[in-house]
Design a protein around this ligand. Structure first.
Ligand SMILES: C[S@@+](CC[C@H](N)C(=O)[O-])C[C@H]1O[C@@H](n2cnc3c(N)ncnc32)[C@H](O)[C@@H]1O
Length: 204
């Protein structure tokens, strides 16, 4: 029997604004490693909207893989690989020797303990091709921009669920990126006070 895919209303709302930005910042073709694919809605939408890209979804939760597969199979997409298990915090679960033009990671670093951010930066720097990009998407705290009331409430609700979670300061994320050899190359404001951030190798 076909697995009933999980549904995230937020992923349904933000998939098109994110895709519009990916179409602006990415080359027409390449290979992408998606981290924390969740339900698989993003993988299916982006692979359909970026037909020149080979998309590799991943998730830390084994039970999520069936949903990712169901979303991507239902579209009959030839450019999505079967989802893989990947725990950002576990170096051994990252691909050993592959290279990617894009590492894409949405809505993870505020819903994970802080060391996951450093782990994401380090592994991405290792796996990205010379001109590759790490793209992160989600809400951030910015020193020079007032945090929206919605994001303040979201931060409080995250910390209530798990004291190790919470919105991250963009400056501190950028420091972790710099330690891994990455720099912030683009900051794009998207709906609902989310940012799409483009990180590239510091030498470019
Ligand atoms: C809020 S969901 C975001 C899902 C999807 N990226 C989106 O934006 O709709 C956060 C996801 O991060 C995953 N996650 C949490 N910790 C992780 C880790 N250490 N490594 C990989 N994924 C992780 C969770 O399983 C969950 O699917």
């Amino acid at each position: 029997m076909q697995h009933q895919p999980d549904f995230s209303p937020a992923a349904d709302r933000n998939k098109q604004p994110i895709l519009d930005m990916l179409l602006r910042v990415l080359a027409p073709q390449g290979s992408a490693l998606e981290i924390a694919s969740g339900t698989g809605q993003h993988a299916a939408w982006f692979a359909a909207g970026l037909p020149g890209w080979a998309w590799q979804p991943t998730e830390v939760q084994p039970e999520a893989l069936a949903s990712i597969l169901a979303w991507t199979r239902s579209q009959g997409l030839a450019n999505v690989r079967p989802p893989m298990l990947l725990d950002v915090a576990s170096p051994d679960s990252w691909p050993a020797d592959a290279q990617f033009d894009l590492v894409y990671c949405a809505n993870l670093i505020h819903i994970a303990p802080w060391p996951v951010c450093a782990a994401l930066m380090r592994a991405s720097a290792r796996l990205l091709a010379a001109r590759g990009k790490l793209i992160t998407y989600g809400p951030y705290l910015e020193s020079d921009i007032a945090t929206s009331e919605g994001n303040i409430a979201f931060d409080a609700s995250l910390k209530q669920r798990n004291p190790a979670w919470g919105l991250r300061a963009l400056d501190e994320v950028a420091q972790e990126a710099a330690s891994a050899g990455l720099r912030l190359a683009g900051r794009h404001a998207l709906p609902a006070n989310n940012l799409l951030l483009v990180w590239e190798r510091a030498e470019h």
